[in-house]
Design a protein around this ligand. Structure first.
Ligand SMILES: NC(=O)c1ccc[n+]([C@@H]2O[C@H](COP(=O)([O-])OP(=O)(O)OC[C@H]3O[C@@H](n4cnc5c(N)ncnc54)[C@H](OP(=O)(O)O)[C@@H]3O)[C@@H](O)[C@H]2O)c1
Length: 294
């Protein structure tokens, strides 16, 4: 196993000493089907995490509501004690119903409990970055986030959290958040086919804030497009590699967290960092989502 030297370059979270490779890993796929319960192959999940870190990934995205608890426990089993340069980003703001549903959990006590669940299951004294997840996957809802974010800012002052980010939010909610505390990253739904955040990404780039798209490969509905297929064929790569390379070239503040439960897919995805897309390919890919959104 050799270290991959090019993981998309690196990015320093604003106002911090945290620098991560732009190509990271999203751990949600390590839980069982529907992100519930243990995976069929726990050893396989452990192996994926160890391989990721061994080749140089130093940014892992997770949450204690994956499983619930299972994904964090597998991360701890695979990687604890953690390497000094490993940055684990987690999120709070949701919980799982007994029917496997995803339920908002933004009350003061739910936020406090979620932070402690993450600390316990990851085996940490402090969390590197915690994202406050506000909207659902499919819908963003405008509205004040002062209540839950104030609780997280308190926990940060207590030393349980180092840095804060936001997930499933609008630019207006970021602006409100910045009156309460520093925000180092935004995690929203975005990929080559879903480009509602185009102008948000530009604004964040100007502020030096990281944009971490979730579902970079389409998530539960993997991306399918003739433009991706054609680009992959012309570049001796795969459609998923092209989709990731497009994101890396889209803006320097984009950090990737593609998810997979397979070592083969992990290796394939990490290699996307070495793929250079020519400008005519980017133009063809830009057309997938109906072109850039203002
Ligand atoms: N903030 C939020 O609300 C939110 C929501 C969802 C996700 N997230 C975060 O975002 C991360 C990434 O999202 P995601 O994992 O759901 O979606 P994704 O990265 O877009 O796609 C993952 C899916 O693609 C498949 N896949 C991965 N690499 C592949 C390849 N090279 N070829 C073919 N198929 C491939 C995976 O299956 P295999 O396992 O078979 O490879 C899995 O089904 C998650 O891990 C999580 O940390 C955040």
């Amino acid at each position: 196993m050799t270290k991959q030297t090019d993981l998309g370059g690196n990015f320093t979270l604003p106002g911090t000493s945290i620098t991560v490779n732009r190509m990271g890993y999203g751990a949600m796929q390590l839980a069982g089907p529907q992100v519930w319960g243990p995976p069929r192959d726990v050893d396989g999940a452990v192996a994926v995490l160890r391989e990721a870190v061994a080749v140089g990934v130093n940014h892992i995205d997770t949450s204690d509501f994956y499983g619930p608890h299972v994904t964090n426990q597998i991360i701890k089993q695979a990687l604890h004690p953690y390497r000094d340069d490993l940055v684990i980003v987690t999120k709070v703001g949701a919980r799982r119903g007994d029917d496997k549903s995803w339920i908002h959990a933004l009350s003061r006590q739910e936020i406090i409990d979620a932070v402690h669940d993450n600390l316990r299951n990851l085996g940490l004294d402090a969390l590197d970055v915690v994202n406050l997840r506000v909207g659902g996957i499919a819908e963003l809802a405008e509205g004040s986030i002062e209540g839950p974010l104030t609780v997280l800012a308190e926990l940060k002052r207590q030393g349980l959290i180092r840095h804060l980010g936001l997930s499933n939010v609008t630019p207006k909610q970021l602006a409100e958040a910045q009156t309460i505390t520093e925000i180092v990253c935004i995690q929203n739904l975005y990929n080559v086919a879903l480009r509602n955040d185009d102008s948000f990404i530009q604004d964040l780039a100007k502020q030096g804030i990281a944009y971490v798209p979730f579902f970079p490969l389409g998530g539960f509905t993997p991306l399918q497009s003739s433009a991706l297929d054609a680009a992959a064929a012309s570049l001796q790569s795969t459609p998923m590699q092209v989709a990731l390379a497009w994101l890396l070239q889209r803006s320097p503040n984009i950090l990737l967290i593609p998810g997979t439960s397979s070592i083969g897919h992990l290796r394939e995805n990490l290699k996307a960092a070495t793929l250079q897309l020519p400008s005519e390919t980017i133009a063809a890919l830009d057309a997938i989502g109906g072109g850039p959104k203002q």
